[in-house]
Design a protein around this ligand. Structure first.
Ligand SMILES: Cc1ncc(COP(=O)(O)O)c(C=O)c1O
Length: 382
């Protein structure tokens, strides 16, 4: 039997085979520790890591390559950015602002910081999932030290007005952290042009390997300082000690280069595929609702509320043909309504009738996909 078609590219993407080829020698031949700079084996690995750092820094618009700190992914980068900044700047103020629709890697870290004395304001979003800039202006206090707003949302794909928020944060002298896990490799990003101080990213969201990511830490106007949250051998400017994942880092840089080069054409292609799928679905079922911003969104995201159709039931009937997720977040013990959809004003029932399709490089036949979905929806409704 054929594998189901993969439509969950927000959760993770497959490793690009060209990237795998580039990584392979770093498992078996160039295996030195890049911190062992006294010998050739270590030096070869260091050259590879330095090259990867340069490539990533260039693609993100950094001024210096050492503004990139390698981590195990976006979760760790978010933890380092938020905890590290709070502990460094808490004497200046204890107030932090974030959007209500951040990923748990931000929201749960902020909860942990509240236990250390932080005061957190969560900003509302409109019905498209866009952060309310007026609410942001009103939330800023004398003691506000950091604003954290994601670049693009992992459920609905809405892209936030990052440059505008960056300008506001800069004018007020407040640090601006951006969780760009869903955007790096998919959307053009320039950290300096957008006045971003800290930016988190993760390779497995752009066809790179799992378990590797990074944090941009601005070093010019202002120079951002962080307290380390883990301790050890001093790697990554003492901010993220531990032996580096050389194959992963090499793969991440290679994946980002491919993604950046192919980004424009791929976005256009995915936009057309999304439009074909939604047109077909809405022709068959006019009550299907598309969530997220109509224009400012990731082109590979399709978040749909289908009245009367439980997402879990649809996933079940299509299991052998399609792999996709429900719009609501699941924990191991209970299913909870998505905090993102709730913040946009959906009812609990609507959140459970919402699915997330994450298209990707392997997505081809939009009409065929729409046909399968229409069949599945019909079956659940009957
Ligand atoms: C917006 C966002 N932030 C953070 C993460 C966590 O990334 P990682 O898997 O690299 O820890 C994800 C992954 O789902 C995400 O979508």
């Amino acid at each position: 039997m054929d594998e189901p078609i993969y439509l969950d590219h927000h959760a993770t993407t497959p490793l690009d085979r060209r990237v795998l080829e580039k990584m392979l020698p770093y498992f078996t031949e160039i295996y030195g520790n890049p911190s062992s700079i006294d010998h050739l084996h270590g030096n070869k690995a260091k050259v590879a890591v330095d090259g990867a750092r340069q490539t990533i820094a260039k693609h993100l618009g950094c001024r210096k390559e050492n503004e990139i700190i390698f981590t195990s992914g976006a979760t760790e980068a978010n933890n380092l950015a938020l905890i590290g900044a709070f502990r460094k700047y808490r004497d200046k103020g204890k107030h932090l602002i974030a959007s209500a629709i951040e990923h748990p890697a931000v929201l749960d870290t902020l909860k942990a910081l509240e236990r250390e004395g932080a005061e957190v304001t969560l900003l509302p979003v409109d019905s498209h999932g866009v952060v309310d800039l007026e609410a942001l202006r009103n939330a800023i206090r004398k003691e506000t030290i950091l604003i954290s707003v994601m670049f693009a949302n992992n459920e609905i794909g809405t892209i936030q007005p990052i440059a505008q928020i960056g300008e506001l944060a800069k004018a007020k002298g407040i640090l601006f952290h951006v969780d760009a896990a869903q955007a790096v490799g998919h959307e053009p990003i320039h950290v300096y042009d957008m006045n971003i101080d800290l930016l988190s990213f993760s390779a497995h969201k752009f066809y790179g390997p799992k378990g590797v990511g990074g944090l941009f830490v601005r070093s010019f106007a202002p120079m951002v300082r962080l307290e380390a949250v883990t301790f050890g051998g001093g790697q990554e400017r003492n901010l993220r000690p531990g032996s580096l994942n050389v194959p992963g880092i090499v793969g991440m840089a290679e994946a980002l280069s491919f993604a950046a080069t192919e980004q424009k054409a791929e976005r256009k292609r995915l936009e057309q595929l999304s439009a074909t799928i939604t047109d077909a679905l809405q022709t068959a079922f006019p009550d299907v609702k598309i969530n997220g911003h109509p224009e400012r969104k990731l082109t590979h995201n399709l978040n749909l509320t289908i009245p009367g159709v439980e997402a879990k039931a649809l996933i079940h009937v299509l299991k052998s043909k399609l792999s996709f997720s429900a719009g609501s977040a699941c924990s191991t013990t209970k299913v909870e309504p998505s905090h993102v959809l709730k913040a946009m004003g959906l009812s609990d029932d609507e959140t459970f009738q919402t699915i997330r399709l994450g298209l990707g490089r392997s997505t081809q036949d939009a009409q065929g996909l729409a046909h399968l979905l229409i069949e599945g929806i019909g079956q659940v409704r009957r």
